[in-house]
Design a protein around this ligand. Structure first.
Ligand SMILES: [Zn+2]
Length: 125
């Protein structure tokens, strides 16, 4: 989570464009991302998407089922979809996003009866 927070700080913490993310496998950070929608003028350049791409490159595989993804902010519907597609084993996010969160706030895309079909979520407050 510290790596994710560091990425968020680099993205401009508190500026409304502040998501940070880190992918971890076997205790080692293998990927990191920060929200770069403005810098890249790319609507998909959320921290999670960039970290997932970097993790897949690092492992030379789209199957990230041995990875944990740490994110500063609850992922949106696009990122939850990508996280599920990548088979991420565990998702940890720092705070809820009532505007766009798709795990527990606005939608519950990754949860079935309070559980994730492919992992678990933890909330830290
Ligand atoms: Zn997103």
């Amino acid at each position: 989570m510290l790596k994710a927070l560091g990425e968020a700080k680099r993205a401009g913490f508190g500026g409304g464009n502040s998501g940070g993310c880190a992918g971890v496998r076997n205790g080692a950070v293998i990927a990191a991302g920060r929200n770069q929608r403005e810098a890249l003028q790319d609507p998909t350049a959320h921290a999670e998407m960039l970290a997932l791409r970097e993790a897949a490159r690092a492992l030379n595989s789209w199957r990230l089922d041995e990875c944990t993804l740490y994110v500063t902010l609850e992922p949106c519907i696009m990122c939850v979809g990508a996280i599920l597609q990548a088979r991420i084993a565990r998702l940890v996010f720092g705070c809820l996003d009532p505007k766009a969160g798709a795990v527990a706030s606005l939608m519950r895309c990754a949860m079935t009866r309070g559980e994730s079909p492919r992992g678990s979520q933890q909330r830290h407050s």
